[in-house]
Write a protein that binds this ligand. Structure first.
Ligand SMILES: [Fe+2]
Ligand SMILES: [Fe+2]
Length: 273
């Protein structure tokens, strides 16, 4: 952990360089799980001082300091330097090919799904945890809805429901279920952030829904603490994918499903039109 942290901070130009970065520059330069990792470590480095979270106004003031928007999917923005050439997808790409060639390293979702497996979640929830943030490679705003749409033609209804609504429930603590509001949300949304009306309305709907616990269990297993020693792989999930992910034989993107275009965009993010 120690060695990894030093190597990681060094890769960003050292502690001094990191301390000069505003939290958004750091956050946007990293994969989803790495954002959490670095922020927590920088906070820990400040020798016991309570972390000062930005306000909504401070976060808004950063918009014009970037040459991209925060909502761009990770495949479309390089954290450092230029983007890299992507390996082409196989002819009939399956979910595992997207994990290997477009979602990698996918540590955040793999670790969340591993936790779900260990804590005895249903197979629908393990699958939802495995897929819940994959769409962040395509687009970030409203990622619950986008993610549910991407996977809906292929997975059980409960998994789709869990993916769609985990985004909403992330804003609302439920201590009985073991879920607290994440510090990371103070960092990336602002300490005085209030979720927009559609999120509030969705939360109201979910509170009385018979499937409330499906997305709630995704939030409970939504892990950010990255353990560099943990070996994560898609292998433990092959059986669950086989049982619950209806892979089209033509390959994802070639099957004319309602979300085929989204898979093609993930396969070919360099297309100019
Ligand atoms: Fe998420
Ligand atoms: Fe997540």
């Amino acid at each position: 952990m120690e060695i990894d942290r030093r190597a990681f901070i060094a890769s960003l130009g050292g502690t001094a360089a990191v301390s000069l970065m505003d939290s958004e520059t750091k956050a946007d330069s990293l994969e989803h799980w790495m954002e959490e990792q670095l922020d927590e470590q920088v906070a820990a480095n400040q020798a016991g001082q309570p972390e000062k979270f930005p306000t909504v106004a401070e976060i808004e003031a950063q918009i014009e300091t970037r040459n991209y928007r925060r909502g761009a999917g990770s495949l479309f923005v390089s954290g450092r330097g230029n983007v890299k050439k992507l390996e082409p997808m196989p002819k009939n790409p399956q979910l595992q090919d997207f994990f290997r060639l477009r979602f990698a390293p996918a540590n955040h979702v793999l670790q969340s799904a591993t936790r779900a497996l260990k804590t005895g979640m249903s197979e629908e929830i393990v699958l939802a945890c495995l897929l819940h943030d994959c769409v962040l490679n395509l687009i970030k705003p409203d990622h619950g809805w986008w993610g549910a749409q991407l996977f809906e033609p292929y997975i059980p209804e409960k998994s789709t429901f869990a993916i769609r609504y985990h985004q909403t429930l992330r804003f609302y603590p439920d201590s009985d279920a073991g879920y607290e509001y994440p510090d990371q949300y103070f960092r990336i949304f602002g300490e005085d952030y209030k979720p927009p009306a559609h999120i509030e309305a969705t939360y109201k709907m979910l509170k009385n829904h018979k499937w409330y616990m499906e997305p709630r269990l995704v939030t409970v297993n939504d892990l950010y603490a990255f353990d560099p020693k943990a070996v994560v792989s898609i292998d433990p999930f092959q059986d669950i994918i086989g049982r619950h992910f209806k892979s089209p034989k033509e390959g994802l993107g070639n099957d004319n499903s309602p979300s085929a275009h989204m898979w093609r965009t993930l396969a070919n993010p360099d297309q100019p039109l």
